[in-house]
Design a protein around this ligand. Structure first.
Ligand code: SAM
Length: 229
């Protein structure tokens, strides 16, 4: 049997290979505790959690060939549309205890699940109940951040990100925006919608470096990665 192999593809993000499979994984910040039923693997007595790209657009964009991942160890992240915590749990693994992520959602039920199942055990996540369209309402709760990550699936998702970047993003910081074309217009071609979202980001002072489609993991979705200049 082949020994499992780990290849670090970004800081604290790995590809795990054994004789049966190749998986995206992160090192579990809470060994023995999983979040969404993901399998775990031990390598040299360290536990890694499988990162399912069909449940996480951040996982999907990494496997689709992302060149620059701005979420790195010790960084501060504002996460808009955190839901019950699938993706943010991997963000928490990557940034580690030196970093922090503020996870915002306006759905009380999702936030309650996030607290019960995830942030209670992961002290680098602070849940915030709030509306991403109103950054002024939670401005007192967080400092300037290195990255704004957004997965809100709303027709005005790009405007929401621009607004939050102005409030919270450091100059030279980064935005990752998950674009769901069907949230904007079901009749228009997804590629035209992605381009219109890029234009909104750029008009808001964000230079888009990468625009990556997420199929086959997520149909009619793309991720824009932009720098706040
Ligand atoms: C696609 S889900 C997010 C999934 C999550 N990012 C993950 O990968 O684990 C979108 C989330 O955005 C939240 N949302 C949508 N509009 C919002 C808004 N204006 N303010 C805050 N949260 C919002 C929804 O409640 C929902 O939980």
């Amino acid at each position: 049997m082949l020994q499992p192999v780990l290849e670090e593809i970004f800081p604290q993000v790995y590809k795990f290979r054994n004789d049966k499979q190749e998986l995206l994984v992160t090192m579990n910040l809470t060994p023995g505790k999983t979040v969404y039923g993901e399998p775990t693997f031990l390598v040299d007595d360290v536990e890694y959690r499988s990162w399912n790209p069909t449940r996480s657009k951040l996982g999907a964009v990494i496997l689709k060939g992302l060149k620059h991942l701005p979420i790195i160890p010790a960084c501060k992240v504002l996460y808009l549309g955190v839901a019950s915590g699938t993706t943010v749990s991997h963000v928490s693994d990557i940034i580690g205890m030196e970093g922090h992520v503020w996870g915002l959602d306006f759905a009380p039920r999702s936030l309650r699940d996030l607290i019960d199942k995830v942030s209670r055990f992961r002290k680098n996540i602070s849940p915030i109940l709030g509306d991403a369209r109103r950054p002024e309402s939670y401005a007192m709760m967080l400092p300037k951040v290195d990255v704004v990550f957004a997965d809100v699936a709303q027709p005005d998702q790009a405007e929401i990100v621009v607004k939050n970047s102005r409030f919270f993003l450091k100059k030279g910081g980064w935005v990752m925006l998950s674009i769901k074309s069907r949230s904007i217009d079901v009749r228009e071609k997804p590629k035209d919608i992605y381009q219109s979202q890029v234009e909104i980001l750029e008009a808001g002072g964000l230079k888009v470096h990468e625009l990556i489609q997420l199929d086959p993991f997520e149909k009619d979705h793309a991720m824009a990665v932009a720098e706040f200049i």
